[in-house]
Write a protein that binds this ligand. Structure first.
Ligand code: PMP
Length: 419
């Protein structure tokens, strides 16, 4: 074991996880590259689980942040008004909401993804006066009790130590099979109020499940979900914490499906620079919070506002979106070629945009590929309940050379394992 990791082994709780997959001590990062204490260079195909869509240390964001600090810009302000917040809201409205004809109120629920999910669930229950929430198999929404209750992963749920109640888990798209219309069942189930089914406050889902194994919901499926929600007065919560902020090719992952969620959860890359920031967006008529009803100390990370504001400049340039789509086609092509060339993988290419991977039913194979890639200088994670998917999550700003070098490492790693 790497000597530099000794103190981590001795002192940090055994709960640690990513350090086990990537056992080294990192010191530096720039763009899509990272370096460790030995000076070894890595290509980052992980991007902080989607928190670094613009790469590490983006030069413009860095400049803005340094300038802000050097000018004694305020760091902490609870949810008081600051210039940094005003600038962020203004630009978010101008660059993201208005051009998409979206009318949302913005709430800062706390620093991380789980905070936005908690606030969304609370708001939906308060607005509807209903208790239950429909969640989906293999969904991932966070580790605090409310967000854990809608997370479809039994080993994570066990960690709660108490029954996670008032949630009904339904099959996600294709969970059973492509041909079985589980939504027809869901609709029928909700219709039959007389049989003892209480109507739920909300449905919560990811359009592409990140942690659950890169499962993609078809656009028709999402449209049908929206239709059912409208029919029964159920609020539709889209958790775009991982799939949002460009990860699937558009700013919001649900844009190409043409649906209009009532509540949207954003975090991870919304801060732009890897700094904690979370947003809950909801239709203005849902804004029935009493002042201070949902508060917290860290709802105004001004450093994150500064970098988030700068990050939105990427979205002012149509070429940025086009480049994500062009490069994601390259990723699909590469993954398809792997599946064809290496039948031993029994692989299936899954995903959308910069959120793709290969699922292999061969036990332990995806993790072996990721470990072999790490040895060769590539950081890549696995996902799914049995870690059956290795996922390619490069920063959206990666260039063709970075992609190709990463591809080479993945192919060499596969070759080294299946020989
Ligand atoms: N929702 C989704 C879709 C996520 O992927 C995650 C984190 N992986 C969360 C919520 C929770 O975010 P956080 O870890 O910042 O609490």
């Amino acid at each position: 074991l790497n000597d530099n990791l000794k103190i981590i082994e001795e002192l940090e709780s055994s709960v640690r996880s990513y350090v086990r997959s990537f056992p080294t001590v990192f010191t530096k990062a720039k763009g899509y590259k990272m370096w460790d204490m030995e000076g070894k260079e890595y290509i980052d195909f992980f991007s902080g689980a989607g928190a670094l869509n613009y790469g590490h240390n983006d030069p413009k964001m860095k400049e803005k942040l340094v300038e802000y600090i050097m000018n004694d810009g305020i760091t902490h302000s609870l949810d008081m008004a600051t210039k940094a917040k005003v600038d962020f809201l203004d630009k978010f409205n101008e660059v993201i909401l208005k051009p998409r004809n979206m009318d949302f109120k913005v709430m800062f629920p706390g620093p991380t993804g789980t905070n936005t999910v908690e606030s969304a669930l609370k708001l939906a229950r308060k607005v509807t006066g209903r208790t239950d929430v429909i969640s989906f198999t293999n969904g991932f929404h966070g580790m605090t009790i409310g967000s854990l209750s809608v997370t479809g992963n039994s080993s994570k749920r066990k960690g709660a130590g108490i029954p996670l109640q008032h949630v009904v888990t339904m099959p996600y798209d294709n969970f059973v099979s492509e041909d079985l219309d589980t939504l027809e069942y869901l609709e029928r189930f909700l219709e039959d109020g007389g049989s003892g089914v209480d109507l739920p406050a909300a449905m919560i889902l990811e359009t592409v499940q990140g942690e659950g194994g890169i499962n993609v919901a078809r656009f028709e499926w999402l449209k049908k979900i929206e239709e059912i929600c409208n029919k029964f007065g159920i609020l539709l919560i889209i958790d775009d914490v991982q799939a949002g902020v460009g990860r699937t090719g558009t700013f919001f992952s649900f844009e190409p499906a043409g649906i209009k969620p009532d509540i949207v959860c954003l975090s991870k890359s919304i801060g732009g620079f890897g700094s904690p920031l979370a947003l809950t967006l909801f239709k203005p008529e849902l804004d029935i919070w009493n002042p201070g009803e949902h508060n917290g100390t860290f709802r105004g990370n001004n450093h994150a506002f500064v970098t988030a504001t700068e990050s939105l400049s990427y979205w002012e340039d149509k070429a940025f979106e086009e480049s994500i789509l062009r490069k994601s086609d390259k990723i699909t092509e590469f993954l398809n070629s792997l599946v064809e060339k290496y039948p031993e993988l029994k692989g299936e290419v899954k995903g959308r945009g910069f959120m793709q991977g290969i699922e292999t039913p061969v036990s332990g194979l995806a993790s072996k590929v990721a470990a072999a890639a790490f040895e060769r200088g590539l950081i890549m994670e696995t996902s799914g309940v049995e870690d059956q998917v290795f996922k390619l999550f490069p920063a959206l700003i990666i260039d063709d050379e970075g992609l190709e070098n990463g591809f080479k490492i993945i192919e060499e790693s596969i070759k080294s394992i299946i020989k």
